[in-house]
Design a protein. Structure first.
Length: 127
């Protein structure tokens, strides 16, 4: 079953809390990874199916909190990926340095043209 756009998944080990203070001793604001994914037109359904498989890889990583994937309304070949992490290091070192990332890359990177820019944000306000 393809990934449901705008749906989110949470790490089963991460409790609902506003900061990441927990077993790893990290206490601070959550980090939000933002990426606009430009999927090659015509491959959207195949991408969503591959993402459905890949999402379990990222969700299993230490420091992962939750993610959402949304498809553009005006630009249906563009997807917005938002991933909440306990720290930038959990993403950049932990996930990207893992065997799971190698599998993630194999499943998903062939769909992007051009390759997406990934940035990290720390929340300053929330309503």
């Amino acid at each position: 079953m393809p990934w449901a756009p705008a749906a989110g998944i949470r790490n089963a080990e991460q409790s609902d809390r506003e900061d990441a203070s927990g077993a790893d001793g990290y206490a601070g604001p959550m980090i939000l990874e933002h990426a606009l994914l430009p999927v090659i037109p015509g491959l959207e359904e195949e991408f969503e199916a591959a993402f459905d498989e890949a999402r379990h890889l990222i969700a299993s990583m230490p420091g992962f909190v939750e993610l959402s994937l949304a498809r553009g309304v005006e630009s249906p070949s563009t997807y917005l990926l938002l991933v909440q992490w306990a720290s930038v290091e959990a993403h950049e070192v932990g996930f990207r340095g893992s065997p799971e990332y190698a599998e993630w890359r194999t499943l998903l990177h062939r769909f992007y043209e051009p390759f997406p820019v990934v940035e990290h944000f720390a929340e300053v306000a929330h309503v």
